[in-house]
Design a protein around this ligand. Structure first.
Ligand code: KIV
Length: 277
C-alpha cells in the first residue's frame, strides 16, 4: 500500500520541528527518484530556465505548468506536490487567481500552489485559502519581479527593504498562507522572519534557521552551468552525462557497441528467402 501523501496541514504542523525537505521536480523520472526523500516536490516555474532554456521565468504558461505538474503527480505518491503559479496567471485579481489555481488543482491533482508577492497579494491569498486552495507564499528575491529588481539580485540588504520583506511575510501569514519561501536575503533577516512567523519558512539562500530548505534539483545535482552562490552541489551528474555520452560515441564509432548481447535474440534465425526455381 502507498503511504499517505503529505498535505498542507502536515507541513503547517512542522513549524519549529523536523526540518522540511523540498526539491523542485519537473519530470516523471526525476519525481519518482526524489519522492521517498522529500516532503514537498515543487514544480517551480524555474522550469522555464532549467528545462526550456529561457532567460527568466516570465515566459512560462499555465499550460506548461499543468503538463509538468501532472507528470510529477503521476510519478510520486508520498510527497505533496506544490505548483508554482506562472507570471500573469494570478496578479490581476483574486478572481483571476482563483480561476487559474482551480485549473491547476483540478487538472493536476497537486496539493497546493505557490505564488510570489507580499502585501499586494494578500487579498488573493485570502480569497484562495477561504475557497479550499492551500497557498504557499514567496518573498525576498521573487524571480517574476526580475525586471523591477534589475536582475536576479539578493533582496533585503537596506533597513527599509528588510522592513518591507518582513511586512510582506506577515501579510501573507495573516491572509492564510500555510508556509512561505524566503529567497536570497541576508541570513539575519531569514532568521528574524522565521522567528516572527507562526507558519513554516522554507529557505533558499536565506538561513539555516528556516523551518525547511528548497533547492532547484538541477542545481544541486550539478546539471546547471552557473548555479547561484548559495547552492551546494550534492552530485556532479552533468560530468557523468558528458562522460557517458563521450564513451557511447567512441564505442559506436569503433564498433564496440552494440555487440550481439545488445540485440534481440529471435526464436529461430530468419529464413533466407526461397530461391525461385
Ligand atoms: O521556481 C522555483 O523553482 C522556485 C524555487 C526556487 C523556490 O520558486
Amino acid at each position: 500500500m502507498h503511504p499517505k501523501r503529505q498535505t498542507s496541514v502536515d507541513i503547517r504542523g512542522r513549524k519549529g520541528g523536523e526540518k522540511i525537505v523540498v526539491l523542485t521536480a519537473y519530470t516523471a523520472p526525476v519525481a519518482r527518484l526524489l519522492d521517498p526523500h522529500v516532503d514537498l516536490l515543487l514544480v517551480g516555474d524555474s522550469l522555464g530556465m532549467v528545462v526550456y532554456g529561457m532567460p527568466d521565468t516570465l515566459g512560462v504558461t499555465l499550460d506548461m505548468m499543468i503538463a509538468h505538474s501532472r507528470a510529477v503527480v503521476n510519478a510520486s505518491s508520498q510527497a505533496m506536490v506544490l505548483v508554482d503559479m506562472p507570471f500573469g496567471s494570478y496578479q490581476e485579481s483574486p478572481e483571476q487567481a482563483f480561476r487559474s489555481c482551480a485549473r491547476v488543482m483540478a487538472e493536476t491533482g497537486a496539493g497546493a500552489v505557490k505564488l510570489e508577492g507580499g502585501v499586494e497579494m494578500a487579498p488573493a491569498i485570502r480569497f484562495l485559502a477561504e475557497r479550499g486552495i492551500p497557498v504557499m507564499g514567496h518573498v525576498g528575491l521573487t524571480p517574476q519581479h526580475v525586471n523591477v529588481f534589475g536582475g536576479f539580485r539578493a533582496q533585503g540588504r537596506e533597513p527599509e527593504a528588510k522592513e518591507r520583506i518582513l511586512k510582506n511575510a506577515l501579510a501573507i501569514q495573516e491572509a492564510g498562507a500555510f508556509a512561505v519561501v524566503l529567497e536570497s536575503m541576508p541570513e539575519t533577516l531569514g532568521r528574524d522572519i522565521t522567528h516572527r512567523l507562526a507558519i513554516p519558512t522554507i529557505g533558499i539562500g536565506a538561513s539555516p534557521a528556516c523551518d525547511g530548505q528548497v533547492l532547484v534539483v538541477d542545481d544541486m545535482l550539478g546539471l546547471t552551468e552557473n548555479p547561484p552562490a548559495f547552492v551546494k552541489q550534492f552530485a556532479h551528474v552533468g560530468k557523468q552525462i558528458e562522460q557517458a555520452a563521450s564513451a557511447y560515441a567512441k564505442e559506436v564509432k569503433s564498433g564496440t557497441f552494440p555487440t550481439t548481447k545488445h540485440c534481440l535474440a529471435g526464436p529461430t534465425p530468419l529464413q533466407a528467402p526461397r530461391k525461385k526455381c
